[in-house]
Design a protein around this ligand. Structure first.
Ligand SMILES: Cc1cc2nc3c(=O)[nH]c(=O)nc-3n(C[C@H](O)[C@H](O)[C@H](O)COP(=O)(O)OP(=O)(O)OC[C@H]3O[C@@H](n4cnc5c(N)ncnc54)[C@H](O)[C@@H]3O)c2cc1C
Length: 428
């Protein structure tokens, strides 16, 4: 049964809000704009139908939708990879736009959607899809690219980065959440193989991943990382079970169980697991910042359009300051933070091999500020839309609760802020 009521008409996004349009940002160079333009064309031409199908599946509550959603997500990742939009670790010098900037622009555009000139309508973004792209294309590919030997590159990196095979990165555990150094999953040595014993939680892409980078404790007590080939989820003694989340409704966030899983030794990455995991953190935080900014832009478009269209007490909602001001404040923040994101991405691309500690901290600060903005923009959009915010017919396309997840993704904001503020007092 379709749960939508015909009395609730779809909210029409009004075009005129250039403040939320990435292409209207004066800081972007001509090459960067061209890149964004191509991505938007691809989004509209190749992904829009798939994203719509994903959305539709959320309106048929009694029908099992997991398999259909999985097929769509797998297809989307392959399409992204065909155009070089899934991972940015390969052919870094082939493009006129730096790899980090490309990663950020894709993230913004995929979460934020776009106004389509050709069809005179808004083409929606989807943060769940982007989260799947981040998990496979960045969180798996970047550490593997950092440490893989020739065999590992050929067998595990190239299929993911070039062909768009779905991958995941598994750090978080039930006890070791923010404190990942306390991971307990065991990677035991057994001559030609290693044996995995333990559980992981909140792992994006877990049930649809072909390869998972699993972090755990080695026999010598240090942390290591091993690539698990799930054999298309048939691997013996391994289970990935999807979590039902509020928000990110199209993502495959999961619990993983390893019950004496045997993996060839050659799949172990060389080096310390914490160093491998932390290596890509700055990039991850900048990409999450771009995602959050795209998401905030999308929420603001919805709030703005609803405030213009909806009339109560004989006035349009935007005529009430209490509705208008938070939208204005969020738009101002969006502009300022988008400018920072563009500048950091550009600087970090230029300093590819010499990432300064200061820039890494700035990226952490930006992750906090942007995800809090997306969170706030979501709250205000929810307020502005009244009762409609509570029903799937509106909350799904708006993605109301998506921003709540990313307060924690890439490091919870309290933890990051605690570490950030500690730096200020370290010499006292
Ligand atoms: C949608 C989603 C997808 C995710 N995908 C992945 C994935 O693909 N792979 C993966 O490995 N993980 C993933 N995560 C895990 C995510 O990174 C963790 O949720 C996060 O690290 C927090 O861990 P926790 O939930 O155990 O919270 P806890 O560590 O229990 O923290 C609870 C609260 O306490 C605060 N807190 C904890 N320690 C401190 C401190 N020292 N100072 C101040 N405040 C503190 C935290 O900020 C948080 O607000 C995902 C999470 C979500 C929600």
């Amino acid at each position: 049964m379709d749960i939508r009521f015909e009395e609730f008409t779809p909210l029409r996004i009004i075009r005129n809000l250039p403040e939320c349009d990435l292409l209207a940002n004066p800081l972007l160079t001509a090459e960067e704009k061209e890149f964004v333009n191509h991505f938007y064309d691809f989004l509209e031409r190749d992904l829009d139908d798939d994203i719509k199908k994903l959305e539709e599946l959320n309106y048929f509550v009694e029908v099992p939708t997991q398999d259909q959603k999985a097929q769509i997500i797998v297809k989307i990742m392959r399409k992204l990879a065909q155009k070089g939009y899934y991972s940015v670790v390969l052919d870094k010098d082939k493009y006129s736009v730096g790899h980090l900037m490309r990663n950020c622009l894709i993230a913004f555009a995929l979460c934020g959607g776009r106004w389509s000139e050709a069809n005179d309508k808004y083409v929606g973004g989807n943060w769940s899809v982007e989260m799947g792209r981040l998990a496979g294309g960045t969180l798996f590919c970047n550490p593997v690219d950092y440490k893989a030997n020739k065999y590992q590159r050929e067998h595990y990196l190239i299929p993911v980065a070039r062909d768009g095979v779905v991958a995941a990165s598994a750090m978080t555990e039930f006890e070791a959440g923010s404190d990942i150094a306390r991971m307990e999953l065991r990677i035991k040595d057994d001559i030609e193989e290693v044996i995995l014993e333990g559980k992981k939680i909140f792992i994006t892409n877990g049930p649809i991943a072909k390869y998972i980078l699993v972090y755990g404790r080695l026999d010598n007590g240090t942390l290591g990382a091993v690539i698990v080939d799930t054999k298309d989820q048939t691997l013996e003694n391994f289970k990935a079970i999807r979590l039902r989340t509020y928000g990110m409704t199209d993502a495959f966030v999961s619990r993983l169980v390893f019950n004496d899983v045997r993996i060839p030794r050659e799949n172990l990455l060389e080096g310390n697991g914490l160093d491998i995991a932390f290596h890509q953190l700055t990039e991850e935080r900048l990409v999450i910042s771009a995602e959050a900014l795209g998401d905030a832009a999308k929420k603001l478009l919805y709030s703005h359009s609803y405030a213009i269209q909806r009339k109560q007490f004989e006035h349009k909602l935007h005529e009430y300051q209490i509705v208008r001001m938070p939208i204005n404040k969020n738009v101002r923040q969006l502009r300022l933070l988008t400018d920072s994101m563009i500048n950091y991405a550009r600087l970090l691309d230029a300093k590819r091999d010499a990432m300064s500690k200061q820039l890494a901290r700035q990226a952490m600060g930006l992750k906090i500020a942007t995800t809090e903005l997306a969170f706030e923009a979501s709250i205000h959009c929810f307020r502005t839309m009244g009762g409609r915010g509570f029903i799937r017919q509106y909350s799904v396309p708006v993605g109301f609760l998506d921003a709540y997840c990313m307060i924690h993704g890439g490091g919870s904001n309290y933890v990051l802020e605690d570490s950030e503020s500690r730096q200020l007092f370290k010499y006292i």
